[in-house]
Design a protein around this ligand. Structure first.
Ligand code: ADP
Ligand code: ASP
Ligand code: MG
Length: 411
């Protein structure tokens, strides 16, 4: 049995006309002799609408109930699409996460997949041509509904492909593939034919929402070939795959950005062993991810600690820090939500130096102040003021030769 997994995002399933386009794609693959497992997202805007509604009912909604609520978006998509596909003559049925089951841990709103019953899916595929699976959702060991974090239908798709040993996982979206930067922000962005798992991990972790980071981790771990492509064009898209030597020849393959950033500075904390642990342990225990961290050089036995988090966690983090104030003897706690991250990414950086200093020089030329810096082997990230985001992305994209013109020399 040859199986393809396809995942269709929110814009691809928004309304009857678009679902008809999805159906045509599925029929085409079926005519080639494949069985299909298709993961669908909620129609675009639906999840946001449901989350906003929850906040009208509760100031701090219970995460388990949030999951019960938001999974209805995907449930509506799969039911409607399956009706359409059945009327078109396909042997097709829908499946919710708990019906497979896709078993996750109990970390509501951002659960991780533990297991997928692939043998159940395989036996169903004896009787059906197409299984339409609700993306983004699972069930924990107590039978409670969970979700996989925003953008989690990508992860459903890749996890299904890994479990079923499918030929490929196709991620259908509203752009032609993975680009050198967000094509909706920078018109000079170019589509990449291929990208390595590691580069895609950096793109996703630095804010390129075209693939959820967890989906890329799974694809890398289980060696699933992932093709990102558009529902609306015949472009072959971008293949996300293992790294090869040709990829290393490219110094910089793209620019990512993330607007969901907030900078917090805790002023004048004691510069003694255990202060970082005292600040960050309770934040981690509250399930809040800290991204960049800087500790200043101490003076007079005191120091400043600056770090970034997602904006949705601001209130919770401030209240944790407020409780800690006496213990860490902080003078002041400041925050700034008008910041964003810009990252230059490329596996070629492993063997070339000079990208970081070139990036800093380019930002300086545009008079953009760098607030924080973070690096990995294949990425340089700067935190800057949000108002400079587009300028920074365009400047770096052009200067590193990702558009039409030549690249600046990195010294
Ligand atoms: P879907 O609803 O299909 O899951 P998403 O909105 O989650 O789609 O992801 C697709 C969007 O990702 C694109 O519309 C684009 O604006 C954004 N994006 C950000 N960075 C990139 C990039 N480097 N390449 C392609 N798309 C990107
Ligand atoms: N509907 C969910 C979201 O908007 C999951 C997804 O679309 O991938 O985050
Ligand atoms: Mg998405």
């Amino acid at each position: 049995m040859r199986i393809i997994v396809q995942k269709y995002g929110g814009t691809s399933v928004k309304g009857l006309e678009r679902m008809r386009m999805v159906l045509a794609r599925i029929q085409k693959a079926h005519a080639l002799g494949y069985k299909l497992v298709v993961a669908l997202s909620a129609m675009s805007g639906e999840t946001n609408k449901l989350l906003a509604q929850a906040r009208e009912f509760s100031a701090d909604p219970d995460p388990a109930e949030l999951d019960v609520l938001v999974t209805t978006g995907e449930q509506a998509s799969v039911a409607l699409f399956t009706m359409l596909a059945k009327d078109a003559g396909l042997r097709v049925r829908s499946l919710l996460g708990h019906q497979i089951p896709i078993t996750t841990n109990s970390n509501f709103t951002r659960a991780r997949i533990m297991e997928i019953d692939a043998s159940h899916l395989r036996s169903l595929l004896e009787d059906y041509d197409v299984l339409v699976v609700a993306g983004f959702q699972g069930v924990d060991c107590h039978g409670r509904v969970t979700t996989l974090g925003r953008g989690g239908s990508d992860t459903t798709g890749v996890a299904l492909a890994a479990a079923l040993e499918a030929d490929v996982c196709e991620i259908y979206t509203d752009v032609n593939g993975v680009f050198t930067t967000d094509p909706n922000l920078c018109s000079a962005a170019r589509k990449l034919e291929r990208i390595s798992y590691d580069e895609m991990l950096e793109f996703s972790s630095q804010g390129a929402k075209v693939l959820q980071i967890r989906s890329v981790e799974l694809a890398k771990k289980f060696n699933v070939p992932v093709r990102v492509r558009s529902t609306f064009t015949d472009d072959p898209g971008t293949l996300v795959t293992s790294e090869d030597t040709e990829m290393e020849d490219v110094l910089v393959s793209g620019i990512a950005y993330d607007k969901d950033q907030c900078r917090i500075t805790v002023r004048n904390v004691k510069d003694t062993p255990g202060v970082a642990a005292a600040i960050f342990a309770p934040i981690a225990e509250a399930g809040i991810l800290v991204d960049m961290i800087i500790q200043n050089t101490g003076r007079d036995g005191h120091t400043d600690m600056t770090f970034t988090i997602s904006r949705v966690h601001l209130d919770k983090t401030l209240s944790i820090l407020d409780h800690l104030r006496p213990e860490i003897s902080a003078d002041e706690i400041q925050h700034d939500i008008h910041v964003c991250k810009v990252s230059v990414i490329g596996v070629g950086m492993r063997s070339h130096s000079g990208v970081a200093s070139t990036m800093f020089t380019l930002l300086k030329k545009e008079n953009i102040n760098i607030l924080m810096i973070a690096t990995s082997e294949i990425k340089i990230t700067c935190l800057i003021e949000e108002k400079y985001l587009e300028l920074a992305v365009r400047t770096l994209h052009d200067a590193f030769g990702l558009g039409e013109g030549p690249a600046v020399a990195c010294v």
